[in-house]
Design a protein around this ligand. Structure first.
Ligand SMILES: Nc1ncnc2c1ncn2[C@@H]1O[C@H](COP(=O)(O)OP(=O)(O)OP(=O)(O)O)[C@@H](O)[C@H]1O
Ligand SMILES: [Mg+2]
Length: 486
């Protein structure tokens, strides 16, 4: 406990210096003014002491000041005995005034400190709430909250940890005051021995450990190795489950003041809100993706049924009609009818092929996005440059990307009056980026069902669609598809 002793010693020295200084001033002034009226000047020493060191220093300093004043300036001088009742009244009045002023000064200082602390806390909460509202990536939020809690609790280190289903805990984010070594992040710890994580897990309540000196277990060992003396922490409750814990730690011999752990509560509620928002959003994207995948599967089935059923029969009909055409003499009355039937069967076959292509072409399923794009490009009359890699992507992404190119290319033909178009695709930073550009009249809007439908498809899988189409400046449709992590 070196620090409190040093602090008390310093308070004593400062008190002595201030009392001596005021005494010197009184000694100078007493030639013109009666000394008995100058005792009040000791307030100039006592009040700063009350503000800087509290009543424990200010009260003894008041008594010492009174004794010094009595000894040096009240008759009989150089005697501790006040001598007469007038002097007693002067000393008692000074003491009463000094104590009252000190108590008031200390209280106003305490209130000022409390309101500064509340203001800091509100500002920190506002910063965190802004991050939650902006739905920043979870890691960014976790790091910001860990830092805010560390600073606010006057801690030296802080860490956010997530409970895993196997009963361990993973360190997610950490903060350290200054450049000191950080607590581990990304590491898993078994919940053995003493730790805030273990206590919070057990009780679901804020927790504190005032000393790690004799504690065992992996977290306690790590705490000792980085100089942590004591820690506090609180639970992050998402839904009804204790999702994780935030712990703040200090290197100081003095544990955190009582109640510090309760101040973490509002922050952990904000994190819990962000986590449940992110989970709800992820679940929504997952369910929309499933719906889309089911719809694409149904399309694939319809395309296959068309190909294997109706198309095969029409092809057989065409073959039979061709045989009949060959066997019938040209002047036979049925020959013209057979010619007509053959022409119609061939047209139906072409229509059916187009229909199957629109539903979901088999070339996409077999050859991937590159083959699908090539088949779309082969149907348009203007020159189109294609820079699409051959690599295969998840079936759902290929289907969605194919529909984007099909719609954008149809729009180029229908609306753009373009002389040239370009299709690009590349996989980068965990996403497929697709672009369809033309040099036409521009002015495209999300007005028709085509572009709106593409936007819906993209947002269903967590992607984005952007259309840049200044009048006269051509049109660029860009789509980003997030790819699954592995
Ligand atoms: N490449 C383009 N160049 C110029 N204008 C375009 C282009 N693409 C779209 N537009 C304009 O934007 C509008 C909206 O396009 P969108 O594809 O949403 O609907 P649509 O093509 O009119 O109808 P649908 O796609 O439902 O058959 C179009 O009507 C057209 O005026
Ligand atoms: Mg369209």
């Amino acid at each position: 406990m070196a620090t409190p002793i040093r602090r008390r010693l310093k308070a004593g020295l400062v008190s002595a210096a201030l009392i001596a200084a005021v005494s010197a001033v009184i000694a100078l002034l007493q030639t013109g003014v009666p000394a008995s009226g100058l005792g009040v000047l000791y307030l100039l020493a006592v009040v700063p002491l009350a503000l800087a060191y509290g009543l424990a220093t200010a009260v003894p300093a008041s008594l010492v000041s009174m004794a010094v004043f009595d000894y040096f300036f009240l008759a009989p001088r150089e005697s501790i005995d006040p001598g007469n009742s007038d002097n007693w009244i002067i000393l008692a009045a000074f003491l009463a005034a000094a104590l009252t002023v000190c108590v008031l000064a200390e209280r106003s200082k305490r209130e000022a400190r409390l309101s500064a602390r509340l203001a800091d806390e509100q500002a920190a909460l506002r910063r965190v709430a802004t991050l939650v509202a902006r739905a920043v990536p979870s890691q960014e939020l976790f790091e910001a909250v860990t830092r805010e809690i560390g600073v606010l609790c006057g801690a030296d280190m802080a860490r956010l940890e997530r409970y895993e289903p196997d009963g361990t805990v993973t360190a997610v984010a950490a903060w350290t005051r200054g450049d000191a070594a950080r607590l581990a992040v990304g590491r898993r710890f078994a919940l053995e021995g003493a730790s805030i994580a273990q206590q919070v897990r057990e009780t679901g309540q804020p927790a504190r450990i005032d000393s790690f000196a004799d504690a065992h277990g992996p977290i306690a060992r790590e705490a000792r190795s980085v100089g942590i003396r004591s820690s506090i922490g609180g639970p992050i409750v998402v839904g009804r489950r204790v999702w994780g814990v935030i712990a703040a730690s200090t290197w100081s011999d003095d544990p955190f003041p009582p109640g510090t752990e309760a101040r973490i509560g509002e922050f952990t509620e904000l994190i819990a809100t962000a986590i449940s928002n992110a989970q709800a959003n992820a679940e929504l994207v997952a369910s929309r993706t499933r719906i889309l995948a089911t719809a694409d599967d149904a399309r694939r089935r319809v395309a296959r049924d068309l190909h294997d059923g109706a198309q095969q029969r029409i092809v057989q009909t065409i073959i039979m009609l061709k045989l009949a055409q060959r066997d019938l003499p040209a002047d036979h009355p049925a020959a013209a009818l057979v010619d007509d039937a053959l022409a119609q069967a061939e047209e139906s076959n072409a229509d059916l092929r187009e229909l199957a292509h629109g539903v979901l072409p088999s070339v996409l399923t077999h050859g991937g996005l590159r083959a699908g794009v090539d088949s779309l490009v082969s149907r348009v009359s203007i020159p189109v440059d294609v820079a699409v890699p051959d690599e295969r992507l998840p079936a759902g992404i290929e289907a969605s990307a194919y529909f984007v190119v099909a719609e954008a290319l149809t729009n180029v033909v229908k609306h753009a009056q373009a002389g040239h178009a370009e299709i690009t695709a590349r996989v980068e930073a965990g996403a497929l980026r697709l672009g369809v550009r033309d040099d036409g009249i521009g002015g495209a809007e999300h007005a028709g069902t085509g572009l709106i439908g593409l936007g819906d498809r993209l947002s269903a899988i967590g992607g984005e669609l952007s259309v840049h189409s200044p009048p006269g400046g051509g049109t660029t449709v860009e789509a980003t598809f997030p790819l699954p992590a592995d």
